[in-house]
Write a protein that binds this ligand. Structure first.
Ligand code: 26V
Length: 789
């Protein structure tokens, strides 16, 4: 390893060791690791190709992969070797690891899920390819200026993305606009714009390098650098048009995961990566198969939400316009390839395109969608339509074009059947299935929490790394005082690590023996960070009134970004920061309560916060969080959950047992019922003197004396509408927090509950999730050991 690092330093980077920076060392180390990856990757790729086995194509607009050095070193079993080699070279492994930018090609849960799935697919030896976009700028970086969020562009590609291989030979034209002519019984699309999609491949190597898959991200290039003919004609704009489109199409990840639907560039991004992926998988298929009708035996295409839903019409277009299949046959064939995962019920996040816009960008696809609607209506009278009220409904399109549709937790799948897709579910009662989300324990325990994972491996061996159910053996250890002490010591070490980081980066000192209470996720009204900060103020009031009442000291930790255009979410951020400033400078409560909100929450920060958490905040309005995956990461790392019966919380509680979970709040059914009662919010506030007081303080400007009206709108909204029922759940949330306080005082018992949480998380491995998809939806198997067959 040492020689390899030096070789890359010298011949890859043109540097000598004496004059190398941390960056140079990281590049050299990464290159050395990548070489080893390739040694696993190429045989897997060859095997998949030679065996002709069915492949999974996971189409996702987002892959939130974070840093890769540690993951790659860990999966290859090279961590110790790398550390030792660097040490001999006078370099520190940790420093080098920290130099890597966090690849943030996603917004949140949906993108991180895709990254966990890639790890599990490779570990399970399932031939698969992830397809996405190589954004030049990932999710914006967040800063706080006087407590308010400001966004800065993210620039990860200003450094070499060391893991990828550019594939200039893999290129496809992607066309937009123009018009369609019909003659000789055929459709001819004459597009007005073209860009070239070109591939960049990152190897994804599973545990112990047993199998390797590819994450193929598409970048856009102009067709010709310069259209000389147009230029000479004096058409200067046309000469640069393809160049301009190519430059914008992969420029930036859309940072809004709810409202920013209906933007033309977004539609072009979606079609760009979907069409490239479909062309690519068809080329691969046709290089070894003669009959296009056997495509479903070779390709399972999974749509991560509706963003790639244009895959249905695109596949039909190629089958009909190029391969001359009949429309009905093409639709049926495409359906056998496609699966669709729904990730949200929020109406504002369901994609709809105005028909006029859609037809302008993709005229041929609009015709095909009309045919799909007609075909479906012929078979199912009165069925919901894709084209409705002047809109193209991408949810209906994905549903109708998929042979299986899945929700991401038991409750969510149930609600998908009862609400958004109720009518379609009645027509196709077998189509909707559940695949509860999962997380990869390789990143979310093994690498991010060496203290705990080392202890577990010492006790159980390392089988849990690929079989998380083995953790259940830890359940018998809840009475083992010595083991529990080590379990607690691991948590404490992680808390000290976090406390030091908070002091260094924010200048706030926090006590590692206080309860670390953490809410990290995108800022959204339905996730109710607002309820958390209101509860914080209520607790502070009580602490000030009775400072000697034997309080459990707490550190309230927040992390998360708001979409740049989401005004209310930004107000909530501002309020949290205003409250933090006042509470953190209060002499009376200084040993009892702190509020910490480090800016720029991302995957890397999660890897530090989650192992250090005692209490995990999963407090969404019931029925709104499709699954959640942070909830699983916390429980795996031995945090207890305070949460509602929402998303996967329901299943987490079943697995850990109700006595090891702090449940509160209305159920999804009660939520719907309560909303029908006029004035429910005002009534809830009037019934809660505690909440009234907190809201009064905020309105009076207690936390913003220089700008007293700042939160009038926010508080007014709670009185008048409160769609997410913060007011209704407030008291039960407050009381449950105090139950958590009491429980925390009994350190032994808390440790036992925490241990049961860790021990019960086997089900939430993304390995289990992927096996579910492979069996129920994709009908693919593992190639592990297949070489010796
Ligand atoms: C929607 C849109 C709309 C157009 C602009 C860009 C954009 C980006 C993302 C989305 C989809 C958001 C849906 C989502 O992230 N759902 C989350 O999925 C997680 C994985 O299944 C799940 O754990 C979370 O509960 C769910 O909120």
């Amino acid at each position: 390893m040492k020689d390899e690092i030096l070789r890359h330093l010298r011949y890859g980077l043109g540097k000598d060791a004496a004059h190398s920076s941390v960056y140079d060392w990281r590049m050299a180390l990464s290159r050395a690791l990548r070489d080893r990856m390739v040694d696993h990757w190429i045989p897997s790729t060859q095997e998949a190709y030679a065996s002709g086995s069915k492949r999974v194509y996971y189409l996702s607009m987002e892959f939130l992969i974070g840093r890769l050095v540690e993951d790659m070193a860990s999966n290859l079993g090279l961590v110790d070797e790398a550390k030792a080699a660097l040490k001999e070279l006078g370099q520190d492994y940790e420093t080098i690891v920290k130099d890597e930018p966090d690849a943030a090609l996603g917004n949140g849960g949906l993108g991180r899920l895709a990254a966990c799935f890639m790890d599990s697919l490779a570990t399970l030896g399932i031939p698969a390819m992830g397809y996405g976009i190589r954004y030049e700028h990932g999710l914006f970086e967040q800063d706080f200026v006087e407590g308010q969020q400001v966004e800065r562009p993210e620039t990860w590609l200003q450094q070499d993305h060391i893991w990828e291989f550019e594939r200039p030979e893999v290129q496809y034209p992607i066309t937009f606009g123009g018009h369609v002519e019909h003659h000789d019984g055929k459709a001819h699309w004459h597009p007005s714009e073209t860009v070239i999609a070109t591939a960049f491949d990152t190897p994804v190597i599973g545990w112990e390098g047993r199998w390797g898959n590819t994450l193929r991200l598409w970048a856009a290039m102009p067709t010709k650098v310069f259209d000389l003919a147009s230029f000479n004609r004096g058409d200067y704009l046309a000469a640069g048009r393809s160049e301009a489109l190519a430059r914008t199409i992969c420029r930036v990840l859309y940072p809004d995961d709810t409202t920013e639907t209906g933007k033309e560039l977004r539609l072009k991004q979606e079609y760009f990566f979907t069409s490239a992926s479909i062309q690519d998988l068809l080329r691969r298929f046709l290089s070894t198969h003669a009959d296009i009708r056997t495509l479903p035996d070779a390709a399972a295409i999974q749509l991560n939400d509706t963003h790639p839903a244009i895959a249905g019409p695109e596949l039909v277009r190629v089958l009909v316009d190029k391969h001359e299949l009949g429309m009905d046959e093409a639709i049926a064939l495409a359906r056998r390839c496609l699966g669709y995962t729904n990730h949200t019920l929020l109406p504002e996040a369901l994609e709809r395109w105005p028909e006029w816009l859609f037809g302008r960008v993709l005229p041929r696809h609009l015709e095909i969608i009309r045919e799909i609607d007609a075909d479906h209506l012929r078979r199912h009278e009165g069925a919901p339509k894709i084209l409705d009220h002047g809109n193209v409904n991408m949810g209906e399109l994905a549903f109708i074009m998929a042979h299986k549709v899945n929700g991401v937790s038991a409750l969510h799948t149930d609600l998908v059947k009862k609400t958004v897709f109720n009518d379609l579910h009645k027509i196709h009662p077998q189509r909707i299935v559940n695949q509860t989300n999962g997380i990869t324990q390789r990143r979310w325990l093994k690498t991010c929490n060496p203290a705990l994972s080392g202890l577990i491996t010492r006790e159980l061996g390392n089988g849990w790394v690929t079989d998380l159910d083995l953790l259940s053996q830890l359940k018998s250890r809840t009475g083992d005082v010595a083991f529990k002490e080590e379990f607690v010591a691991a948590k404490r070490a992680n808390k000290v690590r976090l406390a030091n980081w908070v002091t260094e980066t924010m200048g706030i000192s926090i006590d590692p023996d206080a309860m670390f209470d953490v809410q990290i996720k995108r800022i959204h009204e339905y996730k109710r960070q607002l309820m958390n900060i209101l509860e914080t103020v209520a607790l502070w009031n009580e602490m000030r009134a009775h400072p000697d009442a034997g309080w459990t000291p707490r550190v309230k930790i927040f992390g998360g970004k708001a979409a740049p255009g989401y005004h209310v979410a930004k107000e909530i951020i501002h309020l949290i920061n205003d409250v933090a400033a006042v509470i953190n400078s209060d002499e009376i409560t200084k040993d009892l309560l702190k509020v910490v909100y480090p800016p720029n929450y991302n995957v890397t920060m999660a890897e530090v916060l989650i192992p250090a958490a005692d209490l995990s905040e999963q407090i969404s309005t019931a029925g709104k969080e499709a699954s959640g995956t942070g909830n699983m990461k916390f429980a795996l790392n031995g945090a207890l959950t305070i949460g509602t019966l929402d998303g996967a919380n329901v299943e987490i509680r079943e697995h850990v047992g109700p006595e090891n979970f702090f449940l509160f709040g209305l159920t999804a059914e009660e939520v719907m019922e309560r909303r029908t009662q006029p004035g429910f919010a005002r009534a809830a506030i009037e019934a809660s003197p505690r909440l009234q007081r907190v809201l009064g303080q905020i309105v009076e400007g207690r936390f913003c004396p220089q700008d007293q009206g700042r939160y009038h709108g926010l508080v007014g909204m709670l009185y008048d509408s409160d769609y997410f029922l913060v007011t209704c759940d407030f008291d039960s949330y407050y009381d449950t927090q105090r139950r958590a306080d009491e429980a925390y005082k009994n350190a032994r018992n808390w440790a036992a509950m925490a241990l049961v949480n860790t021990a019960s998380m086997g089900f939430f491995s993304s390995d289990r999730t992927i096996k579910g998809y492979a069996h129920d939806i994709w009908h693919v198997g593992s190639r592990l050991g297949a070489g010796e067959e």
